[in-house]
Design a protein around this ligand. Structure first.
Ligand SMILES: Nc1ncnc2c1ncn2[C@@H]1O[C@H](COP(=O)(O)OP(=O)(O)O)[C@@H](O)[C@H]1O
Ligand SMILES: [Mg+2]
Length: 322
């Protein structure tokens, strides 16, 4: 590790300069990555990300997202997620795309310096419960950035003029710092766009959202999520410079999830039922594992048994997931 960066970190500590500290730490991580010390680099990055919220709450003013003027409710929620991308069970290619994007965002300064355009607009699509919210949380955590989540529907006020104001306030907010701005339930916009009724004004508002996304050039990463890829017409897709699809888990992924969520004996019992969980989202397997653990605990058993597994399976498949 270059002594220069360590000196910077010590100086940053003395000055209580969180940003300077993080920059020096990032520089060390990048050097370790360049030396192919990937395990160490990863550990350092995780350690840095785990402290993202601490620095922000101690040294920076709390982030206050803008309010909806009509309801006085905040237009977005600010969080410091603690989950890693590697905590998720994903297709190898999807995991690689997400990691690559995080790597790219970390290296925006280098892209800027080389005159190469940044990719800062990501669309995540896929059925509910397959990890869209978890993936965006993982990206924010790995980048050490606050996650600013806005439900698109919550931006659309019954007063159309207010909607436009909400949008520009939200995007202005996203220009005040390096955040991950997450536009959840983005398809509600698609639905409105598909409306053929005389909603000329509404269409103008929708176009305003799209334009905000198109022209955004601030320091935040914008991520939108949709459950319904089919209702996003091509004009919507084109707004994004990366589109990542998170699909239902296959049997290998269900097994991997069970292995992570259940103790060994529970996981081996549950393996016989993998096929029953295939076709349902990751959230269903998670629900199944929690249900089996809860059932065993409430029945006073230390180890998960067949009764718990059967109970959990019935409970899981009788629910509606998609
Ligand atoms: N790929 C995944 N790997 C591990 N857990 C997952 C995955 N996808 C979803 N889950 C679990 O299912 C639940 C719902 O996931 P979420 O990210 O909210 O899905 P979505 O936003 O796509 O509806 C979460 O509790 C999460 O832990
Ligand atoms: Mg979600």
């Amino acid at each position: 590790m270059a002594g220069r960066h360590i000196r910077d970190m010590i100086a940053a500590y003395g000055q209580r300069d969180d940003l300077k500290f993080r920059r020096a730490a990032q520089a060390i991580i990048q050097e370790e990555e360049a030396k192919k010390h990937t395990v160490l680099a990863r550990e350092l990055r995780s350690a840095l990300a785990a402290n993202a919220g601490v620095g922000a709450s101690e040294h920076a003013p709390a982030l206050e997202p803008p309010l909806d003027r009509d309801s006085s409710l905040p237009l977005a929620r600010v969080e410091y997620p603690q989950r890693y991308l590697s905590d998720l069970v994903l297709d190898r290619s999807v995991a690689a795309s997400l990691e690559r994007l995080a790597h790219e965002v970390r290296n925006w300064p280098a892209l800027d310096a080389a005159g190469l355009p940044r990719r800062n607009r990501l669309l995540l699509s896929g059925p509910p419960g397959c990890g869209k919210t978890s993936a965006v949380s993982g990206i924010a955590h790995e980048l050490g950035r606050p996650l600013v989540t806005a439900r698109v529907e919550g931006l659309i006020s019954s007063y159309l003029g207010e909607t436009a104001a909400n949008l520009s306030n939200l995007f202005d907010f996203a220009s005040t710092g390096s955040y991950v701005l997450f536009l959840d339930e983005f398809d509600s916009l698609g639905k409105m766009r598909g409306d053929t009724s005389d909603h000329g004004e509404l269409r103008r508002v929708v176009n305003a959202v799209l334009q905000q996304i198109d022209t955004y050039s601030g320091p935040s990463l914008i991520v939108a999520a949709t459950n319904h890829s089919q209702i996003l017409d091509s004009a919507l897709w084109r707004r994004f410079d990366s589109v990542i699809e998170l699909g239902l888990p296959d049997s290998r992924q269900v097994s991997a999830l069970l292995g992570r969520l259940l103790p060994n004996n529970g996981a081996s019992l549950a393996r016989h039922y993998v096929e029953e969980l295939v076709g349902l989202p990751h959230a269903a397997t998670e629900y199944f594992a929690v249900s089996a653990k809860r059932h065993a605990l409430l029945e006073g058993r230390k180890r998960i048994g067949d009764t718990d597994i059967n109970f959990a399976l019935t409970e899981t498949i009788s629910r509606r997931w998609l």
